[in-house]
Design a protein around this ligand. Structure first.
Ligand code: CDP
Ligand code: CDP
Length: 233
């Protein structure tokens, strides 16, 4: 095999994929790759262009003509046409629009190519919705990270409180999360789906450290097994 290992982490919105993937990458000495950031970056470009979200041809044109780039400096940052958009792609405007843009087959095709380019040599922890099923179906380890809608909404609410953003209630956040999950699961091309060979982690009642420890443990068990069977040959 000519590439380093790939760890794929998929799951619904707010399950803890970004937080956990970043830490797992640190622990295993791998690079963290956030694919949602690419979809958010294209969405930001579409919103800025004034092209209506429902205009499939227009959206496809923006996706094909806007250079979207990730840079590790050393933290992961996202650039759209050379401009650092790391913070602006997290705004509610982008979050509300992203699932509709991500449902466009032309957008997915452009970003599939970019994701595989970044993952060419492996050595990555990749997080998204269709990593284990479509982007890196031969990943050495696939995790499907999930949690109940209530728990995910509660975590988001807490996160916003900590950022000094008040006025949103948990129920409204839960509704927005459910809407995005439905859109992501029901689209035609490459929907949010658990890979058949994924290890499922339900993080209800589990903290970040607990989830990271579980993933690292599965990883260590597997690599031990792999090196043992290699030694037996
Ligand atoms: O972190 P959060 O759960 O808010 O979402 P994200 O990972 O930043 O992804 C934002 C959106 O991008 C998702 O709701 C999906 O619509 C889309 N996405 C996707 O379609 N495929 C991926 N591999 C990653 C994200
Ligand atoms: O990337 P994704 O949308 O799946 O989730 P995230 O952006 O990592 O956000 C998850 C939030 O829940 C963060 O504030 C975490 O600190 C918190 N959290 C978690 O990720 N995992 C747990 N087991 C418990 C809390």
């Amino acid at each position: 095999k000519s590439r380093l290992p790939v760890v794929a982490i998929d799951g619904p919105a707010g399950a803890g994929k970004s937080t956990v993937s970043r830490l797992v990458a640190q622990r295993l000495g791998l690079t963290y790759l956030d694919t949602g950031a690419l979809y958010r970056a294209v969405t930001w470009a579409v919103l800025r262009s004034g092209v209506p979200l429902a205009d499939a041809v227009g959206v496809a044109e923006v996706a094909a003509s806007t250079p979207v780039e990730l840079r590790w400096q050393p933290d992961l940052r996202v650039f759209v046409a050379g401009e650092d958009c790391t913070d602006i792609i997290r705004t509610p405007e982008v979050t509300q629009a992203v699932s509709q843009v991500a449902a466009q087959p032309a957008v997915r095709q452009v970003l599939l190519y970019i994701q595989r380019q970044y993952g060419q040599r492996g050595g990555i922890v990749v997080e998204g919705r269709d990593i284990g099923t479509t982007v890196f179906p031969t990943a050495e380890l696939k995790i499907f990270l999930t949690a109940s809608v209530q728990e995910r909404a509660q975590r988001r609410w807490q996160e916003l409180q900590q950022q000094g953003i008040t006025g949103l209630d948990v129920a409204a956040i839960a509704q927005a999360i459910q809407k995005r999950d439905a859109q992501d699961s029901q689209r035609q091309v490459s929907p949010l789906r658990q890979a058949a060979d994924a290890v499922v982690i339900d993080s209800d009642g589990l903290d970040v450290a607990g989830v990271v420890a579980q993933i690292v443990a599965v990883w260590q068990t597997r690599s031990q097994f792999q090196s043992q069977s290699a030694a037996q040959l």
